[in-house]
Each structure stands twice: as structure tokens, then as C-alpha cells.
Design a protein around this ligand. Structure first.
Ligand code: 13P
Ligand code: SF4
Length: 390
């Protein structure tokens, strides 16, 4: 049996959380409410009792990056694409308890009936990548594209990891949402409609998909930096570009480097390097395989016994894969810890507090998207669900 070796501790926290309250931001807000202490020995019993009391009135979704103690209570686990579909397919559930991050819960609220309530067990579970594109910045970027005379032929494609306001912008401008499992299909669809794509907010997923799956060159891509006047690109560069990439990234996948890949190849002979497309282009091109979290899980499931894998994605998932595949050598791509600190905000005490309050008839931490935003977001999300098969 292969033993998973834990990466070393990370020297500093990845994100500052819980500072102030801004319910429109993904960056994390104070989470109100009483929480049971983490050391309470009856937490598992309490979670089971509240779960049983709720029965079919509640449906619990768990993203693959959630902690084991939370995944144990999930009715279904998945990547963001699968979870969006699962939420939409549960009209009978009064409560959708979303163990993931804020933008996922927003999408669930948009895709479910008005009578259903979506709950995020910790309101501080945001996403730093989603926060890298604010709606006012995206509107400014669209003005820059309009001034350069290219807005008309540009189709916005936004990664699921974005606020509902950005998804609504995308719907209103004839674009689509995508996830890491269908980015190629989304881009092919978009290039059937226009000559250029504005890809939000993850530059890496946009670049990796355009270059590795659509065969574009790096020169076909420009990066729009919302912190620079005019995005730091000239009108000519915008006109020449086929992919206009927003300057956003994931703080978790952004930690993997080319050196991590080189070092693991030295450390583990014959290792297969498997990474998520939110990793930088130089990491993805040095890897053997690239794909969404569902792809990573399926690849491990079909890998032969005795094979060796270095995986570049969130640590909760990699550790779970190592545990569920003891016949394979599974290692973490980085030598230091790389959790998604916001995904990790949802722990058993938060889940217990959520379930117990629902069972007692109080809906705490409900995520609601205003109707106008929800309408146009739904258009973009539905476009994603309707994307033609490959
Ligand atoms: P997927 O779930 O689409 O693979 O995305 C990974 C991620 O970073 C979710 O926040
Ligand atoms: Fe956001 Fe990255 Fe965490 Fe996913 S893993 S929620 S993209 S910070």
C-alpha cells in the first residue's frame, strides 16, 4: 500500500479573511451566527441528527475541494459543472446546502426555483479569483473594446468562477459561462459566433484552452489588466488579438511552478504529472495531462495499479485520491501545503450550524441573487448547459 507523504506547512496564509462585511464580494465576509466549538465530540452525531430531521427537504452538494468531514455528509460531490447541473435537477428540495464557495451557491440560486433556498454554510467562503473581476472593471473593459472598434465581434466567455454580476454581463452580451470541463466547447461555440473572445476572469484557463485545445498561438492572446489605464493594451493589440484574457488567476493553482514539475520528476521516477487548467501555461505544458477536477478523478480511477501520479490541484482532493487509490502512488505536486483557504472555511461546525438552524426552521446564510442579475446570468448559464456536445 502506497503512503501519502504530507507536504510541508505553508509559511504564510493564502488569504486574509473575515475582514469587514461585503456581501457582494467573493473575498470573504464576517460570518454571523453561533457556531458549535470544533472540539465538540458530538458534532458528527449532531450533523447526522439534523440531516435525518431534514430528510428530503434538504440536498447537500459538496465540491471536490471540501474537507473530508464535510464530504462525508454530501448527497452528491462534483466539480462546479456537475454541481450546477445537480442543483438544477433537484426541484423537490426546499433547501440546497452548498458546500463550496460563494459563486457556486449564487449559480445554484440562479438555476433553482424561486421557492428553493440556497444556503452557504460560511459566508466567508468566497473566491479570490472571482474577486479579480468586478463588474465596474468589466464594463470599463467593454468600453475600451468599443473604443477600439472590436466590441461588436467579441463574445464574452466567463468562467463559472465569477460573480453573478459578471455572468449577467456575459448573458446580456451574447456570451456563455464555461467551467474547466467544457471550456473547449464554450470557446468553439464562441468562435462560431464572433472573431474574438473576452475571457473572464482566469487568464490561465483561457490561454491553456485556446493554445492547447484550439491550436492558437500565444501571440493570438493579449492580457487585459484592469488595474492599468485601457487595460495596459493598445487598440491595435486588441484588434489583432483573438483571445482577450482578463488578468485574473487562482491563488491555489497559481502556486504550482515549472520547478515543482521538474523536481517531482527527479523525486519519483516514471511519475505522471496531472494538473488542473487553472495552472500557469508553463506548468500545463510541462505536465503529462491536464483537466478539470472530474477529469483528474476519472484519470486516477482508470490508472493501472502501481502507477505513479503527481497531482497539481487542491490538497483536500489530492489527499482523498491518495486514500481511495492505495494501490497507486499519489503525490502532491507542490512540496508545501496548498489548500483553498476559502473552500476550507466550511467545516463540520459550520455544517452543523447550518443544518440545525434549517431543521429548527431558520434559514441562515441564504444566498440570493437579485432578479435582474439572475435573469441574465441564467441566460449565460443556460447557454453553457446547452453547449453542443463535442
Ligand atoms: P472545477 O470544479 O470546475 O474543476 O474548478 C476548480 C475550482 O477551482 C473550483 O473553484
Ligand atoms: Fe477560487 Fe481557486 Fe479556491 Fe477555486 S481553488 S475557489 S478558483 S481560489
Amino acid at each position: 500500500m502506497s503512503v501519502f507523504s504530507e507536504p510541508a506547512a505553508t509559511p504564510s496564509a493564502l488569504l486574509l479573511l473575515g475582514r469587514g462585511a461585503d456581501p457582494t464580494a467573493e473575498r470573504g465576509v464576517e460570518c454571523p451566527g453561533d457556531l458549535p466549538p470544533a472540539a465538540d465530540p458530538s458534532l458528527i452525531e449532531r450533523a447526522r441528527a439534523a440531516r435525518a430531521a431534514l430528510g428530503e427537504r434538504a440536498f447537500i452538494l459538496g465540491h471536490h475541494y471540501q474537507r473530508d468531514e464535510v464530504i462525508d455528509f454530501a448527497d452528491v460531490t462534483g466539480d462546479s459543472f456537475k454541481l450546477a447541473r445537480e442543483a438544477a435537477a433537484r426541484p423537490e428540495a426546499e433547501y440546497i446546502v452548498f458546500c463550496g464557495v460563494h459563486f457556486m451557491a449564487e449559480s445554484a440560486d440562479i438555476l433553482t426555483a424561486a421557492s428553493q433556498k440556497v444556503v452557504l454554510p460560511d459566508l466567508a467562503a468566497g473566491c479570490s479569483m472571482a474577486d479579480m473581476a468586478a463588474i465596474a472593471q468589466v464594463e470599463d473593459a467593454w468600453d475600451a473594446l468599443t473604443d477600439a472598434g472590436v466590441a461588436d465581434g467579441t463574445v464574452p466567455v466567463t468562467y463559472m468562477n465569477s460573480s453573478a454580476a459578471i455572468k449577467a454581463f456575459t448573458g446580456e452580451h451574447g456570451g456563455t459561462v464555461c467551467t474547466s470541463s467544457n471550456a473547449e466547447r464554450a470557446l468553439r461555440w464562441a468562435f462560431g459566433k464572433g472573431e474574438r473572445v473576452l475571457f473572464l476572469p482566469d487568464q490561465h484557463l483561457g490561454r491553456n484552452t485556446a493554445v492547447l485545445q484550439l491550436g492558437m498561438s500565444l501571440d493570438d492572446c493579449v492580457v487585459y489588466n484592469p488595474h492599468k489605464p485601457g487595460g495596459g493594451v493598445t487598440a491595435d493589440e486588441l484588434r489583432r488579438a483573438r483571445m482577450i484574457l482578463w488578468r485574473g488567476h487562482c491563488s491555489v493553482h497559481g502556486r504550482f511552478t515549472r520547478t515543482c514539475v521538474d523536481q517531482v520528476r527527479e523525486r519519483v521516477p516514471g511519475v505522471n504529472v496531472l494538473v488542473h487548467p487553472e495552472c500557469a501555461h508553463e506548468v500545463v505544458t510541462a505536465a503529462d495531462l491536464v483537466g478539470s477536477t472530474e477529469f483528474i478523478i476519472k484519470t486516477l480511477e482508470s490508472a493501472p495499479s502501481g502507477s505513479a501520479w503527481a497531482i497539481g490541484t487542491e490538497l483536500n482532493l489530492v489527499r482523498r485520491l491518495a486514500r481511495t487509490h492505495p494501490d497507486k502512488h499519489v503525490t502532491f505536486l507542490d512540496s508545501t501545503v496548498c489548500y483553498c483557504s476559502t473552500m476550507n472555511r466550511i467545516d463540520l461546525p459550520h455544517l452543523v450550524a447550518s443544518l440545525e438552524s434549517l431543521a429548527a426552521g431558520t434559514v441562515a446564510n441564504q444566498i440570493t441573487v437579485p432578479e435582474r442579475v439572475a435573469h441574465w446570468s441564467r441566460v449565460a448559464l443556460q447557454q453553457m448547459l446547452d453547449l453542443p456536445a463535442n
